[in-house]
Design a protein around this ligand. Structure first.
Ligand SMILES: NC(=O)c1ccc[n+]([C@@H]2O[C@H](COP(=O)([O-])OP(=O)(O)OC[C@H]3O[C@@H](n4cnc5c(N)ncnc54)[C@H](OP(=O)(O)O)[C@@H]3O)[C@@H](O)[C@H]2O)c1
Length: 311
């Protein structure tokens, strides 16, 4: 929580600059929602993508080509922007040059990181993603940019990639650590907080750990999906080694290690639940049940767009 969020100061985008906000990662899960929330708030949006022709963004968005692995390719997109939403899934090597470029073109950045500083065992397992996020935060701090760091826990939408195909094809989810509890956060709530930090005053220095409203075991999350679908879905516990074998060749090893370490470390504890989403938005975060209800079709019928992804 920042002081501003605690005191509930009056923040609005009235009179805000009309310079566009550049959304990096605009075609992804979080970025698309950030774009939508900014447009809803009347903020001009410029979207960065490597493939503008495939972006599929609303007509009101100015779509610009750029690639984080080629820092000079960002110069056009950065011309005249008032703020930048930064999300990084690219290889890490060019991060210093990109952050430097951001600082030379804009005043404010909102970075999507993770809760790696949070003293809950789930978030305290060393992993390359956490180290990279910490590096980017240090780079941003060193530039003196006005920044806000957004730290979501597990995205609710991960379960679509993890379990949708098993649930469409049968009644069993085979998965490790059924009793591990997480507090899945809806990507729309993560994006809404990011959007507020981009267009409202009062978020500079904000460091926001975002979770969903309730701690739920993975087995309960599977049951809840079944309840929404009107079916019984069984959770079949895999050992960590069985999970490694099941995902071998399909998922990157470091991702598997990261997930197993986090789930294993949290056994016997409830997930961290923060009030940050409601503190900032003034309304409670969406529940996991709400997320499942809004995405139930993904678990019902085969969808060509569903890939076996690892997030
Ligand atoms: N999953 C979780 O539970 C979780 C929790 C906390 C934090 N996070 C963080 O959330 C982030 C992922 O967000 P997401 O799920 O919204 O991502 P996503 O759906 O995978 O989207 C990735 C986005 O990054 C863009 N991108 C990829 N490589 C790029 C490059 N070289 N240059 C420019 N743009 C590039 C893609 O755009 P184009 O393909 O159009 O170029 C796309 O818009 C990661 O940083 C992850 O660490 C995830």
């Amino acid at each position: 929580m920042t002081d501003q969020a605690q005191t509930g100061d009056t923040r609005s985008n009235e009179g805000a600059h009309l310079d566009p906000v550049l959304v990096i990662g605009a075609t992804g899960r979080i970025g698309r929602q950030v774009v939508a929330q900014l447009l809803d708030a009347g903020v001009p949006v410029r979207a960065l993508t490597r493939r503008p022709e495939a972006a599929g963004l609303p007509a009101a968005v100015e779509v610009v080509a750029g690639d984080l692995t080629v820092p000079a390719s960002l110069d056009v997109a950065l011309q005249g922007v008032g703020a930048v939403f930064l999300l990084w899934t690219a290889p890490p090597g060019t991060a210093p040059a990109v952050v430097e470029r951001l600082a030379s073109h804009t005043r404010r950045v909102v970075f999507l990181s993770s809760p790696h500083k949070t003293p809950h065992p789930f978030f305290q397992q060393p992993n390359p993603m956490a180290r990279f996020h910490a590096d980017v935060e240090r780079l941003i701090a060193a530039t003196g940019l006005a920044s806000t760091i957004i730290r979501p826990g597990m995205f609710a939408s991960n379960v679509r990639f993890w379990w949708a195909s098993a649930i469409r094809d049968g009644d069993v989810v085979r998965w490790p650590y059924g009793s591990a509890e997480t507090a899945p956060v809806d990507e729309r709530d993560v994006a809404a907080v990011a959007a507020h930090a981009l267009y409202e005053d009062g978020h500079t220095g904000g460091d926001y750990v975002l979770t969903g409203p309730e701690s739920l075991s993975q087995a309960d999350q599977v049951s809840l999906i079944g309840a929404v679908l009107g079916r019984t879905i069984r959770f079949e516990e895999l050992s960590p080694d069985e999970f490694r074998r099941e995902t071998a060749g399909r998922w990157p090893g470091p991702v598997v290690d990261m997930l197993l370490a986090a789930w294993g470390a949290t056994i016997g504890r409830p997930a961290l639940v923060t009030t940050t989403v409601s503190d900032i938005l003034g309304s409670p975060p969406r529940t996991f049940r709400q997320w499942v209800t809004d995405h139930a079709d993904a678990f019902r019928a085969p969808l060509a767009s569903d890939k076996s992804e690892t997030r």
